[in-house]
Structure formats: structure tokens, C-alpha cells
Write a protein that binds this ligand. Structure first.
Ligand SMILES: O=P(O)(O)OC[C@H](O)CO
Ligand SMILES: [Mg+2]
Length: 283
């Protein structure tokens, strides 16, 4: 009831004020993280001439599915487990799980597939662990990930990582890419004490922003790169801009909230966002 009342009051506000109250997350008296950003709000921002691609000074990267090609491992393991119950795993369920903290994603998995009476969320995590631990060390970089990280680092743009992955998984996934990930100013992980709730709560991006030198940084000067709907909503709930690089199998209805949609990080043009241009002419 309270949620309906808040949404009704917000809908009475002129859009600009609405934009402010929703984006100005910190001053809002209510925890807006459970309210997905209304799709038309993005268009409203364009209408009011707020620079959709203002001068970005800091960048926060998501990891799974964005920098590392790891979402396929989760899918494969979940398909193996579901096959035992004669059920299939599909992208509508995947869309609800990706980007979330492990236990939150596990609860969605067992409940949405109707197997929670036979397999608890905790037991699901234990069962998938053995399979994931052999897969994660083989993680490959997504196209364009190394080029973009190295470019921004070389140009002195502060960059960091904010991933729902817990430390033990982060270490397994990045063990072949240590030098590249060492270019990050800092890393915020899913089991960080400051991250009370997983994406789409803004916790992880607010914690990541706070750890840059010279903080607080205006969230409107921060650009987030994400692959998951939960991550895109977390960035918007934190008042930041977000570029989404979705898996092509993700339904396009999930593209609505992002400020920009790319097929790959290779398609990113830094000057769109006031960032230094690439020097190489990427084919
Ligand atoms: O996309 P990330 O990096 O936040 O990771 C989230 C989960 O661990 C995988 O969906
Ligand atoms: Mg991700």
C-alpha cells in the first residue's frame, strides 16, 4: 500500500522534480531500491535537456557477463541441476538471477522453478559450487574489455569494479587476468560488509563511488557498465548513468532503463560521454 502511495505521489510531481527525487537517492526518505526506475523517466530526462551523456569523470565496471564471459558457466550448471527435475532453464529466469548476490539468485532459482521443496537455496549453492570451481579459472575476457580498461587507466580516468561475485569466486575468475584487474583503483565484491543488499539495490555502486579518491563524487559524473537488468537498475537507483551491454538472448524489454545499449564494449565511443577518445582505430 505504501509503495502504491509513494508511486502515486511521485506521479503528481512535475517530471523534473520526480527525476530529482528518484535519482537523488540519498535524500529520499524512502528506500526506492525496490521500485524499478520507470522506463519513461529516461525519455523525460532527454525532454528536459539534461545532458544524457554529461562529462563523466569516473567509471564503475560490473564483472560477470560484462568484463568476463562467466554467465555461461552459471547457465550450464543450472541447466544440469534442473535436468534432474525434468525442467529446463530459460532466459526469462536467467534475467531475474543475473547480477544478484549468490543467495538472492539461488532463492529466485529454486522458487521460480518450483523445486524449493526438494532443493533449498543453500543446498543449490553447495551443489553448484564444485562444478563452478572447475569452470571459473578458465574465464575469458569479453570483447573490448581489456582495450577499454587499459585506455581509461592510461588516460588517468579513475576506474573500479563492483561485482556481486564473492571473493572466492572473484579470485578464481580473475586468476588469469590479474594484471588487467590490478588497473582498477579498487574492487567492491558481493560479500563486502558495506553491501547489505545485492543489485538492484544501489548499495554496491554507492560503496564503490565512496572509495574513489576525492569522494563524494556526484553520481551524475559516474558511468557504470553493466550486462544485467538488476545491475542497470542498481546504477539508476544510485543516480548514475549506465551503459548496458546485454547478452543478445536477453529480451529487449530489459533495455528500457539503460542510458545506452551496446552490442559489445568494442562499440563504446568514449567521447559520447566526455571521456578521452581511443587512439587506435578499432576495426
Ligand atoms: O554481474 P556481476 O559481476 O555483479 O556478478 C553477479 C553474479 O555473481 C553472477 O550473475
Ligand atoms: Mg554482470
Amino acid at each position: 500500500m505504501l509503495g502504491v502511495l509513494i508511486r502515486h505521489c511521485c506521479s503528481l510531481l512535475p517530471v523534473k522534480q520526480q527525476t530529482k527525487s528518484i535519482f537523488d537517492f540519498k535524500s529520499s526518505p524512502f528506500d526506492l531500491s525496490q521500485f524499478p526506475i520507470r522506463p519513461n523517466l529516461r525519455r523525460a530526462r532527454f525532454e528536459f535537456g539534461m545532458a544524457p551523456k554529461g562529462s563523466i569523470t569516473h567509471v564503475i565496471f560490473d564483472m560477470d557477463g560484462l568484463l568476463l564471459d562467466t554467465e555461461k558457466f552459471y547457465t550450464e550448471v543450472q541447466e544440469i541441476i534442473l535436468a534432474r527435475y525434468n525442467k529446463t532453464f530459460d532466459w526469462s529466469l536467467k534475467a531475474k538471477m543475473m547480477g544478484k548476490k549468490a543467495i538472492e539468485a539461488a532463492r529466485v532459482f529454486v522458487e521460480e522453478t518450483g523445486i524449493s521443496d526438494s532443493l533449498s537455496a543453500e543446498d543449490f549453492l553447495v551443489e553448484r559450487e564444485e562444478m563452478l570451481r572447475t569452470m571459473f579459472p578458465t574465464s575469458e575476457l569479453m570483447p573490448g574489455a581489456s582495450r577499454l580498461i587499459r585506455h581509461l587507466h592510461a588516460k588517468g580516468v579513475p576506474i573500479c569494479l563492483a561485482t556481486g561475485s564473492h571473493r572466492r569466486h572473484f579470485e578464481l575468475k580473475t586468476q588469469r587476468h590479474g594484471e588487467l584487474f590490478s588497473l582498477m583503483h579498487h574492487v567492491v565484491l558481493g560479500d563486502d560488509p558495506e553491501v547489505k543488499q545485492g543489485k538492484p539495490s544501489p548499495d554496491i555502486f554507492l560503496a564503490a563511488a565512496k572509495r574513489f579518491e576525492g569522494s563524494p563524487i556526484d553520481p551524475r559524473n559516474i558511468l557504470v557498465f553493466e550486462d544485467a537488468p538488476s545491475g542497470v537498475n542498481a546504477a539508476k537507483n544510485a543516480g548514475m548513468y549506465v551503459v548496458m551491454v546485454p547478452d543478445p538472448r536477453l529480451d529487449s524489454s530489459f533495455h528500457e532503463t539503460a542510458d545506452q545499449i551496446l552490442g559489445s564494449l568494442l562499440d563504446f565511443n568514449p567521447t559520447d560521454w566526455g571521456l578521452p577518445p581511443f587512439e587506435d582505430k578499432q576495426s
